[in-house]
Design a protein around this ligand. Structure first.
Ligand SMILES: [Zn+2]
Length: 112
């Protein structure tokens, strides 16, 4: 019986390795996951195509398209933009954001 299970496991491992770029792209919700799959499936056997698909699966452009960072208002627990100075729901001032505060101070100094 064992000599029949061996090839099946080997096939699963090989297929899993072969479609690793597609699995990575799918798990990352890649914007070009379909294209990665096509390169992976059609050119994967050339090794170069597999390498291209693998690199492609890691270079996801969707990160640059994502909405700005958000945080939870400590006063009303509503999700607001991380750079907010005042909460747009409860109107209360937000804890100081170091970078934003530095910019604000500089602007105040210049404004006189
Ligand atoms: Zn709030």
């Amino acid at each position: 019986m064992e000599h029949e299970i061996g090839p099946i496991i080997l096939t699963i491992v090989v297929a899993g390795s072969y479609f690793l770029p597609t699995l990575i792209a799918a798990s990352k919700d890649h914007t070009d996951s379909v294209a990665v799959f096509l390169v992976n499936a059609l050119l994967g056997w050339t090794v170069i195509g597999w390498g291209v698909a693998l690199v492609w699966s890691y270079t996801d452009r969707s990160n640059s398209l994502k909405v700005p960072a958000k945080k939870t208002c400590p006063h009303c627990a509503v999700i607001i933009l991380a750079d907010s100075i005042f909460c747009r729901f409860c109107g209360r001032e937000q804890p100081v954001n170091q970078a934003a505060e530095a910019r604000r101070k500089k602007a105040t100094e210049w404004g006189g």
